[in-house]
Design a protein around this ligand. Structure first.
Ligand code: CUA
Length: 158
């Protein structure tokens, strides 16, 4: 059978892509299991309020930057208003006391799945001061659509 050269090139290229995707899926599922991305830290979801890491949710500052500790539960975030500085590294640490929630800072790259038993963590920098909506983007029950909070990114005081 005569197959045109260009056709042959495209067939091999498409085949190589499929092979690469398969290898990626198999390798990551074998080596990384099903875990929150980039950070694996566990917590007893029934004892979040007495765990020193989450006993006092809120924002703290230290030499490494700003850290916002947030507890998600049906159907609210604690705290429900978070103030962080602009142009600096902000690390969010979030956990759930009940079911899987989402933590999406609308209009930014801040987005995490919040799974009971795990601490979800990500670090980001907000370049634009202002108010941002934080939404739960995992369906968590009848009050899911009510579950939101506010992020206020403030220009650093001189
Ligand atoms: Cu919490 Cu949806």
């Amino acid at each position: 059978m005569n197959v045109n050269l260009y056709e042959r090139i495209w067939m091999w290229a498409a085949g190589a892509l499929i092979a690469a995707f398969l290898v990626t899926v198999i390798a990551t599922s074998l080596t990384q299991a099903l875990e929150p991305p980039s950070h694996v830290e566990t917590i007893d979801p029934t004892r979040v309020s007495s765990d020193p890491r989450f006993a006092t949710p809120g924002v703290t500052h230290d030499a490494r930057g700003t850290t916002a500790v947030v507890v998600a539960m049906t159907f609210a975030f604690t705290p429900d208003e978070i103030h962080v500085p602009a142009h600096q590294r902000v690390t969010f640490r979030i956990t759930s006391t009940d079911v899987t929630h989402g933590f999406e800072i609308v209009g930014t790259n801040g987005n995490a799945m919040v799974i009971p038993g795990y601490v979800s963590q990500f670090t980001t920098v907000f370049d634009h001061p202002g108010e941002y909506l934080i939404l739960c983007n995992e369906y968590c029950g009848l009050g899911h659509h009510l579950m939101s909070a506010k992020l206020v990114v403030e220009e650093a005081k001189p």
